[in-house]
Structure formats: C-alpha cells, structure tokens
Ligand binder design. Structure first.
Ligand SMILES: Cc1cc2nc3c(=O)[nH]c(=O)nc-3n(C[C@H](O)[C@H](O)[C@H](O)COP(=O)(O)O)c2cc1C
Length: 401
C-alpha cells in the first residue's frame, strides 16, 4: 500500500512539473538538507555515516558551514538589468555555471553507480566532474561518458611504475586536467568508520545485512549494478580487503605525504592542466605557484582531515586576494546551496565544488538525483544573481558587504 501511494505521489509530482515550467527539480526537495534527510532513510547507516561525517568531533565540518553563513552579499535593487550569464571559463574549458562535483572515494558504495550517474549529469549540464583515484569507476569509463571533459583526482602511488601507468591511462583516456591531492598525509580520524568497520565491498556481517535489508532501494540497485570496486586500482591490488587490510594496502600503495619534489615530479610528467587540491594556507598556496600549478582548490576535504584546521571559506578569504591573478583559485567544503556558491565566488573563487550535496541527491532520488541537485543549485544560484542585480559571475565580488 505504501509503495502504491509513493508511485501515485511520484506521478502527480511529474504531472505538476510538466505544467510548472519554471521548476525543473522535484519540488518536494527544494533544499540540499531535504535531500540529506531522505538519503539518510535510503542509504545503510555504515555508508551514510561514511558520507556524512567529519573527523574527530566534527568541529571543522560545522565551522565550514558557520563561517560561510556569515558572508553577506548586498543587493543593488535600483538599476537597469539585462539578465545574468552563468557561464564560467577556466583552465581551457567553458562551464554552464561555477559549480561542479568534488571527487569522492568509494562513491558507488554510498549509492550504486554514483560516479557514472554524476559524471553523465555533469556532462549533460556542462559542469566539471572530478573522479577520485579511489572512486568506483575507472578513468577510462568516465572519460568515455564525458568525452574527455572529466578531471582526475590523483593520489600519489608509491611505486613509480604504477604512478606512470595511472597517469598514462588518464592521459590516454582523454583527461586533460589532473587534480593532485595534498591534504591526506594520514587518513582522517573518523569515528563513524571505526564504529561500522567500513570495508570495500561492504562486509556481509549481520549488522550490515540488517542495515541493507532496511534500505531496499539501495540493496536492489547494488544487486543490479554489482558490488562496488576500486575500478582504477583493480589491476594493481588484491581482491577482497577488510578495513584493516585495506588500510595496510592503501598505506603501502600510496605515498600520501606530498613534498615539493613529488609535486614537481608530477608537474614534469603531466602535459595538461595541473591543480593542487587541499590547500588551506598562504604558505601552501605560494608553493603551489612556485611549483607551476595552473590552479588550486582551497579545501579541507569537507572537514574530514584536521578538526582543528581553518574553515575552507576563511582560508579562501586569505588566499584568493593574494593568488587569484596568478592561478585559478577554486574552493570546496561546506557548500550546500546557490547562495553558498555565490558567497564563495564573491570571496574570490573562480569555481566551487561540492561533494556531499550531490551524493545526498543520489541517495534521496536515485538516478534522478543528479539532475535534480544540479537543477536545484542552478535555480538557486541564478535567483541570487537576479536578486543582487549581478549580470556576470565574475562581477560577484562587487556585491560582498
Ligand atoms: C565520503 C567522502 C569521500 C571523499 N573522498 C575523496 C577522495 O577520494 N579524494 C579527494 O580528493 N577528496 C575526497 N573527498 C573530499 C571531497 O572531494 C570534497 O573536498 C569535500 O566533500 C567537499 O566538502 P563538502 O562535502 O562539504 O562539499 C571525500 C569527501 C567525502 C564526503
């Protein structure tokens, strides 16, 4: 009975959306928080906690939000206005709006088929999509879906042969923007991952099985798509690993601490655009410039690495004025809405990214979730520009209070 009612509601919503041509997203979920709440009910707790949580006490996770919320934009209501243009050009590509999809490890465990769904939607909407080295789709498959438009986030393999092979695979697949991660010298201390004994694929122990049974949509999709795999690392790794084995493998496989030498080595070997992700201080931004980066993503990994560290937006406020004219400065961590995108761009970012927001969308609405979240953010962002009286994305800094 419950399912029949759900189908009837879905149907009436679709009819409503056809007639309400100004709305292109599902009006039942007009905020990312709504998506999060529904996703929580549809994703098993071990995977939802992995997505949702921060490190330690979650203080930097909250600081990312509270510092963003403090940023005030001032409207200019009395003026001629010719409408707004959301297009954003950077690193040799043109995007439809200044937001894109951050790289997420183990993505397909959070929602089955997540990287393919998000990459396809980002490509349809002409937005940037970044695939994680430890994502669950290969760079070859994602490059095919996006015709080479996707970016590849690179964890630094310890073995030079594997390193060269991965870089060569990314290049051969058509990828031209590499995102080198620098904020994971160690794994973040994340209580949820200890609590649930996270593994890839998920362990079929009683506690996880009970959680999966309580989340039939996730379980059916997982059965349809097959268990998630580290698709990029498949050629180099043993088959089934629990958390302890995975930790040991990853520890040995990746040489996680970035040094100037390692960054320089990647710069030397990569002919395309190179972006350093995880910058949160002026000192690291300066090194990025000295080492020849084309851009940086100011980020604290969504508050998952250093609880005592600065919020991402406060780092951006320091870094952007000093470096936005010499590198492409971008930002993620804490962004949940169109107004947040506008706040970050007004504070000096050229592009923003979101990790959790898109994953909540998939969790809440399955394959419809990617388009829904993009259209929601697009609508919200456009509305902010219209309210401000801002015609171009690049004019946003003029509206900062
Ligand atoms: C579950 C999860 C897994 C992540 N895995 C990666 C990863 O493999 N590589 C990476 O560069 N960043 C990773 N990140 C960080 C995101 O790329 C991004 O910086 C962060 O999610 C932005 O914060 P937001 O979720 O508040 O938007 C991960 C984030 C989450 C939530």
């Amino acid at each position: 009975m419950e399912q029949v009612i759900e189908v009837l509601i879905e149907f009436s919503i679709l009819v409503f959306m056809r007639h309400a041509s100004h709305i292109s997203f599902d009006p039942r979920y007009p905020t990312v928080e709504d998506l999060r709440e529904r996703a929580r009910k549809r994703i098993p707790a071990f995977a939802f906690d992995y997505l949702d949580g921060g490190c330690n006490a979650g203080e930097n996770l909250r600081r990312n939000r509270s510092d963003l919320e403090k940023i005030i934009l001032l409207p200019q209501y009395i003026k001629e206005y010719d409408g707004c243009d959301l297009q954003t050009e950077l690193l040799g590509q043109t995007f439809e709006a200044p937001f894109g999809v951050s790289p997420i490890g183990l993505q397909g465990m959070i929602w089955p088929g997540a990287p393919d769904l998000l990459a396809a939607a980002a490509y349809r909407h002409r937005l940037p999509f970044i695939l994680s080295t430890v994502g669950t789709a290969s760079i070859e498959d994602i490059s095919e879906i996006t015709e080479g438009e996707a970016w590849f986030q690179f964890y630094y393999p310890a073995d030079a042969k594997v390193r060269d092979d991965l870089l060569q695979r990314a290049w051969a697949s058509g990828c031209r923007t590499l995102v080198l991660l620098c904020d994971t010298p160690t794994f973040g201390f994340r209580p949820g991952e200890f609590r649930y004994g996270l593994s890839m694929p998920p362990r079929l122990v009683w506690r996880n099985l009970v959680q999966m049974l309580g989340r039939p949509a996730w379980t059916m999709e997982t059965l349809k798509k097959g268990p998630p795999r580290f698709a990029n690392l498949q050629p180099y790794m043993p088959k089934r690993l629990n958390l302890a084995q995975l930790g040991r493998f990853m520890d040995g496989f990746f040489d996680k601490r970035m040094t100037p030498d390692k960054v320089a080595r990647i710069r030397e070997g990569w002919k395309g655009k190179l972006v350093l992700k995880g910058v949160s201080t002026l000192a690291d931004a300066e090194l990025a410039l000295q080492l020849g980066m084309d851009g940086i993503i100011v980020s604290n990994h969504g508050g998952r690495q250093l609880d005592a560290g600065p919020s991402s937006i406060s780092a951006l406020q320091q870094i952007a004025p000093a470096y936005k004219d010499s590198m492409t400065v971008m930002m993620d961590s804490g962004i949940r809405s169109g107004p947040d995108v506008a706040r970050a761009i007004a504070s000096g970012a050229r592009m923003t990214f979101m990790g959790r927001a898109f994953m909540y969308g998939l969790g809440a609405l399955g394959s419809r979730g990617a388009d829904h979240t993009i259209e929601l953010l697009h609508t919200q962002f456009r509305q902010v520009l219209q309210q401000l009286g801002c015609e171009r994305v690049s004019d946003l800094p003029a509206y900062l209070s």
